[in-house]
Design a protein around this ligand. Structure first.
Ligand code: SF4
Length: 384
């Protein structure tokens, strides 16, 4: 096991696996019904799991966290009191005051003034990531979202009034077939008018067993073609330049200084602790993940955990795969820390990628060529 004393402060992710209903495309682990009776049991299970992490990895030392991210599911479905109580319990084993960023995922329909006021007052949350997906009501209905475009704009206004300025929105593209350019341009224009410092843009993907997947199987829905996705991604790249966004990761864009700390740390291989049903963790040489069955997690939050030990080749692959998604790319200094045979393997492979124009070499690193960024995952696989 790597020396945990010398590690950067880990990030903490808390998964809230409840949603009001399931969006057509969603494969995240969440239960599409919300039973208030489970709230307290879930809180106890999260606290028990946190205590286990503290004793198992850190000898009961109160670890200073680098960042905290509460995601889901739909965290904003639960009352603020739940988070106030949960964070009080977690503060027994983690130092949360050391967090440089505390993010809370929320759906627009929950961001009423009272909720936001309490969130600001009773929790350390200062950054909101809002699941907008589209400002167009016809898209939102198609995706089975619970809000309207107008509610999304109102949510941002409410958040600002409550004091939140570090705001992010999630948007989805690849929804419109041939007419894609116009609706995508409309969504980005509405986003620009809100002047957010950060947003994430994801191409709609087909995940097995989702409602969308069944519709496509039955011929009732069609996914966007590669050409359409590429056209919309190019539009996104141009939009980012025009509006001063740094496209710092394949799906993430920020005004300077607003890059997401928690997510960036995933890409930098900083350790993280994941609490909750289906959450993943990465500490030292160990990766672990929890059961996705809520009932099992509630019964025994720790006993159902699965673990694997990562060797140096795993760390190398993980690093290359995630680093290529970012504008920093694979840094030569980091590469030099890996075994000589892995470095040699990298040099051979990267030479091929450079020759076909997929990767560009700079003084400090290897980065995806701007016009090939959509191929990042494919290119990363060549390094395995
Ligand atoms: S609200 Fe989010 S987590 Fe819940 S079903 Fe929709 S996309 Fe999935």
């Amino acid at each position: 096991m790597r020396d945990l004393q010398k590690m950067e402060n880990p990030g903490l992710y808390i998964h809230i696996p409840f949603c009001r209903r399931k969006c057509t495309y969603c494969a995240f682990y969440s239960v599409a019904s919300f039973d208030r009776n489970k709230e307290d049991a879930y809180l106890q299970a999260l606290a028990a799991e946190a205590a286990w992490f503290s004793s198992h990895y850190f000898q009961g030392r109160r670890v200073s966290l680098g960042s905290l991210y509460i995601g889901g599911g739909t965290p904003s479905l639960l009352p603020v009191g739940f988070y106030a109580r949960l964070l009080e319990r977690l503060a027994e084993v983690f130092d949360i005051s050391s967090c440089r960023e505390v993010t809370f995922e929320a759906n627009p329909e929950h961001l009423e003034p009272d909720y936001l006021r309490d969130l600001w007052k009773y929790t350390p949350v200062r950054r909101l990531s809002i699941g907008i997906q589209s400002f167009r009501d016809e898209d939102l209905q198609k995706l089975n979202r619970c809000h309207t475009g107008q509610e999304a704009e109102k949510a941002i206004e409410n958040a600002r009034r409550a004091g939140f300025s570090n705001l992010s929105a999630d948007l989805i593209y690849g929804l419109w077939g041939e007419e894609g350019a116009a609706p995508w341009a409309e969504n980005l224009a509405r986003l620009a008018s809100l002047d957010l410092p950060h947003f994430s843009a994801y191409a709609l993907s087909l995940e097995p067993k989702t409602v969308l997947w069944r519709r496509v199987e039955q011929g009732k829905a069609k996914m966007a073609s590669d050409e359409e996705i590429e056209r919309e991604y190019r539009y996104l790249q141009a939009f980012a330049k025009e509006h001063g966004f740094l496209h710092y990761e394949i799906s993430n864009l920020a005004k300077p200084g607003f890059e997401a700390i928690h997510n960036s740390n995933y890409w930098r291989n900083v350790p993280y602790i994941g609490l909750g049903a289906s959450a993943h963790s990465y500490i030292g040489d160990e990766r672990s993940w929890n059961t996705g069955r809520l009932g099992d997690y509630l019964q025994d939050a720790v006993g159902t955990k699965e673990r694997e030990i990562l060797d140096e080749a795993d760390h190398y692959h993980e690093y290359v795969m995630t680093a290529l998604r970012t504008i920093q790319g694979v840094e030569k200094a980091r590469l030099a820390g890996f075994r000589e045979d892995l470095q040699r393997e990298f040099r051979q492979r990267v030479a091929v990628e450079i020759s076909v124009g997929n990767i560009v070499e700079t003084e400090m690193s290897y980065v995806m060529a701007e016009d090939r960024r959509l191929l990042t995952d494919l290119v990363a696989e060549h390094f395995f």
